[in-house]
Write a protein that binds this ligand. Structure first.
Ligand SMILES: [Ca+2]
Ligand SMILES: [Ca+2]
Ligand SMILES: [Ca+2]
Length: 273
């Protein structure tokens, strides 16, 4: 009898542990190591970068919207590299897109060719949180090119944050560069382009939100999404591929992988020497 009770409690403990594992995500296992930056020149040339460490967006399991519109890596794929110093994040992307730079004035930035960065500026944030807090950032970036000259736009989405602590949504309809001292450059490559950028971290702070200060060993929530529109007619919702996603089957909707509202689905970024 005693033994049976013992077994029962063991089974119960096991069931509880399993159900916990199923419900509470604490960021996904995918992690990117970001080396400390040396001298970075924002010119679209990545020879000063360590491009062996990267996030790759390159397969079907990562698609979260309009899977029927993905024709393979030449249509839409990306590698993302990150470096840091105490004041800045450096983010570079190698993007393959058969119809790049689709941009239209006045349209929401996240219905155009765009990239979305997701990051937490609080290394102590609970990785199991299922709602954004004021230190969780959804940053949409887009670019418009004409005759080799590029303009850069960003949109900071704070709509899903109950208390954004003085940092409200900005730049939703494009044609705005919300960040101060943001630097970027584009260089064409075979089948796509390289986008090199510097984001000063003071932009993600104010008198209520402490500035993130990267240091070796610090890990934050981080993720990346790419949106691809290939028609000259914007407003049609775009193909969307999310780094952290790994899904099966072809029934994909952003609602089924709600990374825009649930940070526990994000990957992570670790700053290293
Ligand atoms: Ca460079
Ligand atoms: Ca494309
Ligand atoms: Ca495109």
């Amino acid at each position: 009898m005693k033994r049976a009770v013992k077994w029962m409690s063991l089974v119960l403990a096991l069931v509880m542990a399993l159900s916990l594992a199923g419900s509470a995500l604490a960021y996904t296992d995918k992690n990117l190591e970001a080396p400390k930056a040396g001298e970075v020149v924002i010119d679209g040339d990545l020879s000063e970068w360590d491009t062996t460490k990267c996030f790759k967006i390159d397969h079907e399991g990562q698609i979260i919207d309009q899977i029927e519109h993905w024709d393979g890596v030449e249509d839409c794929s990306m590698e993302v590299y990150v470096m840091w110093d105490e004041e800045n994040l450096y983010i570079a992307m190698k993007i393959l897109d058969d119809t790049p730079y689709v941009y239209r004035e006045g349209f929401p930035l996240d219905e155009l060719d765009a990239v979305i960065f997701f990051l937490s500026t609080d290394p102590e944030a609970d990785p199991e949180r299922t709602e954004y807090t004021a230190t969780d950032w959804r940053i949409v970036q887009s670019t418009y090119g004409y005759k080799g000259e590029f303009e850069f736009f960003n949109y900071i989405d704070r709509e899903m944050i109950a208390d954004p602590k003085g940092w409200e949504t900005a730049g939703e309809y494009g044609d705005e560069l919300v960040f101060d001292d943001y630097e970027a450059a584009i260089a064409d490559i075979d089948g796509g382009y390289v986008w090199e950028s510097k984001l000063p971290l003071h932009n993600l702070s104010n008198d209520q939100l402490a500035q993130l200060i990267p240091a070796p060993g610090v890990t934050i929530g981080f993720d990346v999404s790419i949106l691809d529109v290939d028609l000259p007619c914007p407003g049609i919702h775009s193909l969307r591929i999310q780094f952290s996603s790994e899904q099966e089957g072809r029934d994909r909707t952003p609602a089924a992988y709600p990374v825009d509202t649930n940070p526990s689905l994000w990957a992570t970024l670790t700053f290293v020497e």
